[in-house]
Write a protein that binds this ligand. Structure first.
Ligand code: FES
Length: 489
């Protein structure tokens, strides 16, 4: 019998088999009155609950989701609930950026003997969801398109890297080449305003290396494919990679996760003065068919396209991440030249995230609906991500488990982004390759930035890709967490 008035809502509960499911059973045997809105899914342990179960339920129309497991220290698999606690806390803080009220999701602990506590938890949580009412449906949201304000002040002067000691770097790479299979860097692409990856194996290749604001991509993306754990041992060689400061954090994160061995990689670095957001550069240039030339000065470039010259200042058209960058030189490098400039400013909220912060929950839902309707589901965001390392086993394409369909609906496209973002929890270094690679310019970096902010809040300012020896937070736990407190339901 429902104890709450009004229409029954849809609440999904994931209960650990050993404690909370037993607690619900105990309440039932004791004939304790409970609301009937709950749909229980029994799982072996709270550690088995992937945050994607919860996101899938919410996206598919659940009005609330409850997770309950054994009390801390009582997990029948020793530490499943400790790992779950970290994941679920980050998920709870991630939901608002998607336009989902975090009150609609809760996790708690109930033992098999606590029938009365289970009755209280389920009654209170159901009452909370009834107070919130039915969850807003993605299908009902009006698409909203908004653009982040990119008028930002950088933490240090941006420039075009003309004074960077590129010749010294080239000499160092040439000297190291006999020891290395390949060195990854950048070369001019189809015109002087675009670069493409360069794989240097000979001295002539090294001469093609370029440095400057058009080195927009992250060469760390190729590292795992060349020397990662999945590469057959007989094919594993030693490689070199040229990095900007932000790129170096991806390498450090791979070392943290033991995806690569430090002795298999040689890192070369120069100080970075910022890189262009090519979408903004194209906007400045307007319609053109051919870039004739690019001339550099200290603070920008003059691009001549179809015979018409246009000067573009790096401070006006840098990638969003460059304004907040306090790491112009690599976090770790075997060979680096040049001095990093002094950081004088204070970091601010990244522009895409600041835009979402200023919105209401329903506006955020509308925003993602509007943006994701444009998604082509081309997976460029995934393929460009240096830390998306499951490639051949990507959950987005496997049939086992079949988490996501291949339908081209907005819901499935959004769910793919949820998957990508949650898989990067505590791992994303904010290099922005996902967003840069997106052919339709969806600001998907904001989801990763929100997760990074949640990780920083929960784990005492933790930033991924900083120390090679540090265990990423979601790969570990503390019995007594500093910033995760049990919430009473
Ligand atoms: Fe219950 Fe692990 S067995 S939470």
């Amino acid at each position: 019998m429902p104890v709450l008035e009004g229409k029954e809502l849809r609440i999904v509960a994931f209960l650990c088999n050993w404690c909370s499911y037993g607690g619900a059973d105990t309440a039932g045997v004791a004939r304790a009155t409970q609301p009937t809105d709950l749909r229980i899914i029994r799982v072996p342990c709270s550690g088995r609950i992937d945050p994607l179960f919860i996101l899938r339920a919410l996206l598919n129309g659940a009005d609330g989701v409850l997770v309950s497991g054994c009390h801390p220290n009582d997990c029948h698999y020793s530490a499943g609930n400790f790992y779950a606690r970290r994941r679920l806390e980050i998920l709870k803080r991630f939901l608002p950026v998607l336009g989902i009220d975090e009150q609609r999701f809760e996790y708690t602990w109930v033992s098999a003997s606590e029938g009365a506590r289970w009755q209280q938890v389920v009654t209170n949580f159901t009452a909370r969801i009834h107070k919130l009412g039915p969850a807003p449906r993605l299908e009902d949201a009006e698409p909203l398109l908004e653009i982040a304000n990119m008028a930002l002040t950088p933490l240090r002067p941006l420039g075009t890297g003309r004074k960077a000691p590129l010749d010294e770097l080239k000499s160092a790479i040439k000297a190291a080449l006999p020891e290395l299979d390949v060195v990854i860097g950048w070369q001019q692409g189809y015109d002087a305003a675009h670069t493409i990856p360069l794989f240097m194996r000979t001295e002539e290749d090294v001469d093609r290396l370029v440095w400057g604001p058009f080195n927009v991509s992250n060469p760390a993306t190729y590292v795992n494919g060349l020397i990662g754990r999945a590469v057959p041992v007989d094919k594993v060689k030693k490689i070199g990679v040229v990095v900007k400061g932000c790129d170096s954090r991806s390498i450090v994160e791979m070392l943290q996760e033991k995806l690569i061995d430090r002795d298999k990689i040689v890192i070369f670095a120069l100080p970075c003065e910022g890189t262009f957001d090519m979408a903004r550069v194209d906007q400045e240039l307007g319609r053109y068919s051919k870039i004739d030339s690019v001339e550099y000065d200290e603070a920008g470039v003059t691009i001549t396209a179809d015979g018409k010259a246009r000067r573009i200042c790096i401070t006006d058209c840098a990638q969003g991440k460059c304004y907040n960058c306090a790491m112009p030189l690599a976090r770790t490098a075997d060979t680096s030249f040049g001095e990093a400039p002094a950081i004088t400013g204070t970091p601010v909220t990244p522009p895409e995230l600041a835009m979402l912060d200023a919105m209401t929950l329903s506006q955020r839902l509308s925003f993602w609906k509007g943006e994701m309707e444009r998604c082509l589901r081309c997976y460029a965001c995934r393929n460009a991500c240096p830390l998306c390392v499951c490639r051949d086993h990507c959950i987005a394409e496997t049939r086992e488990p079949h988490f996501i369909s291949q339908e081209g609906t907005t819901r499935e496209k959004i769910f793919f982004q949820y998957i990508h973002a949650t898989h990067l929890a505590g791992r994303c270094t904010g290099c922005g390759e996902c967003q840069r690679a997106c052919p339709v310019g969806i600001p998907i970096l904001a989801m990763r930035q929100q997760i990074a902010r949640a990780v920083s809040e929960v784990f005492d300012g933790y930033k991924s890709g900083m120390e090679a020896e540090t265990v990423p937070p979601l790969l570990g736990y503390l019995v007594n967490e500093n910033n995760i407190k049990q919430r009473e339901i």
